[in-house]
Design a protein around this ligand. Structure first.
Ligand code: TRP
Length: 444
């Protein structure tokens, strides 16, 4: 079986950009970014985050897409195909392990979103204040069977999309939904900025207090950058494999980075003014947006419709990301087994991966500590580590001329830029990630 015929092929450039953007824009931007920024000092975090996006995000997004485009394979077969040996196979396995850890908690949060959508439809939060909303969140996460039910719903829905191969339809749908999400968020930002005391939140988010920058803040910002852009787990290798040959990797990457960062900043502009206006602690953790968002809708006109619309869009943004996560694991299982005596077909792989995710998610539901570990280990350690290896792989083990050919022309400014890119992935990124690791461990 060929490595990749079951993943969507992109007939148009727009299709690829949408799929990559759909993978990038998700709970990482709207749920995780505000709460991690809130825990790590607001403005100081934002600056480090933006620096990370610029120096790690863009070049590494290009690198991962390049590995896919060059090999035409998924995360399992890519390194092997390019090097013609299996010495880099451990990297594929690391991608698989990371995918499983991320899915463990990501599906739980997607489940929370489904719950909030249904609550919004029932207009459960009419007139609720921050205290009631905090209690609501705690009673949801404290009710294990209900949380598990919603998580299962999220897993089944994603599995169904992969089972029936309907990602292309979802992609086309996101052509309408992504702009709608942006418009909706702009409206919410506009409303929130009219609240009394919103300026406190704006300065929390935009004024950097440099004394708050610690090694932990840098580590968190780097991890958030990888997570939000879907870098360092092999998801983009699969997408790169379907890139039309004529499509520019750098232009696609730039568009995705800009969109993803814009959504994250917009989420911050919505959440922080509201946090201070409603008297919520910005360092409250994973529950932050679930306490704040419903309260924002109560301030808006058409509160019922607005909240339903927003939570629907949030659920869809989450599911376009879970699709890309689960696809990595499903493609891995089918590809890894295809040369053995017992090849596993796509449907069986969806079931197998689904069962593994259910178990991992159950662990996260039972223990918030495990939830936190899965999140930290994958974002702050595994993804940067994988990305570091990918940078070394492309920088040192692929013919330099091929890279210059992909990213630049013979001469002129494009050639210079391609040359700069090569230096960045050869030296700068590996050393910088290493330094942040050592710093985070307190060794350096
Ligand atoms: N980037 C997504 C978000 O921000 C999460 C995600 C989807 C992801 N696919 C990924 C993260 C692959 C890492 C790797 O919500």
């Amino acid at each position: 079986m060929s490595t990749n015929h079951h993943t969507p092929s992109f007939s148009s450039k727009v299709g690829l950009i949408l799929a990559t953007a759909g993978s990038a824009v998700g709970l990482g931007n709207i749920w995780k970014f505000p709460y991690v920024a809130g825990e790590n000092g607001g403005g100081a975090f934002l600056i480090i985050y933006l620096l990370c996006v610029l120096i790690f995000g863009l070049p590494l997004l290009m690198t991962e897409l390049f590995i896919g485009k060059r090999s035409g394979k998924s995360a399992f077969g890519a390194f092997r195909a390019i090097r013609n040996n299996s010495r880099w196979q451990w990297l594929s396995w690391l991608c698989m392990i990371t995918a499983i850890l991320i899915m463990g908690f990501y599906f739980v949060v997607t489940g929370w979103c489904f719950h909030y959508l249904i609550a919004a439809i029932g207009h459960v939060f009419r007139g609720a204040d921050a205290i009631t909303l905090t209690e609501h969140f705690q009673s949801l996460t404290g009710n294990l069977p209900v949380t598990f039910g919603y998580t299962l719903l999220a897993i089944l829905l994603t599995a169904a999309v992969l089972w029936f191969d309907v990602n292309k339809g979802i992609e086309r749908l996101s052509k309408i939904l992504m702009p709608l999400l942006l418009i909706m968020m702009f409206l919410m930002a506009g409303r929130v900025l009219m609240l009394d005391g919103s300026n406190v939140g704006m300065s929390f988010f935009f004024q950097a207090d440099f004394s708050k920058i610690t090694p932990q803040v840098v580590l968190a910002a780097m991890g958030q950058c990888f997570f939000s852009l879907s870098i360092g787990m092999g998801a983009l290798i699969t997408y790169g494999a379907y890139m039309p040959k004529s499509q520019s990797i750098s232009a696609t990457s730039l568009q995705v980075v800009l969109l993803d960062t814009a959504v994250a900043i917009l989420a911050g502009v919505i959440i922080f003014p509201a946090v201070f206006a409603f008297g919520v602690d910005p360092a409250e953790g994973p529950q932050l947006v679930f306490v704040v968002l419903p309260a924002i809708f109560e301030q808006m006109s058409f509160s019922w419709l607005s909240s339903i619309l927003f939570f629907s869009l949030l659920c869809i943004a989450a599911v376009t990301s879970t699709i890309s996560l689960m696809e990595v694991a499903v493609a891995f299982v089918t590809d890894a087994s295809s040369h053995t005596k017992h090849p596993i077909n796509r449907h069986k792989a969806v079931i197998l991966v689904g069962v593994i995710i259910v178990l991992m998610a159950a662990l996260c539901i039972l223990s918030p500590t495990i939830f936190g570990w899965f999140d930290k280990i994958s974002s702050c350690w595994l993804m940067p580590l994988i990305a570091l290896a990918m940078a070394l792989f492309v920088g040192w083990f692929i013919n330099k001329d091929d890279i210059l050919h992909e990213f630049g022309s013979q001469r002129g400014w494009k050639h210079h830029l391609a040359f700069v890119y090569l230096q960045i992935i050869r030296y700068f990124i590996p050393l910088a990630i290493l330094a942040i690791f050592l710093n985070g461990l307190g060794i350096w």
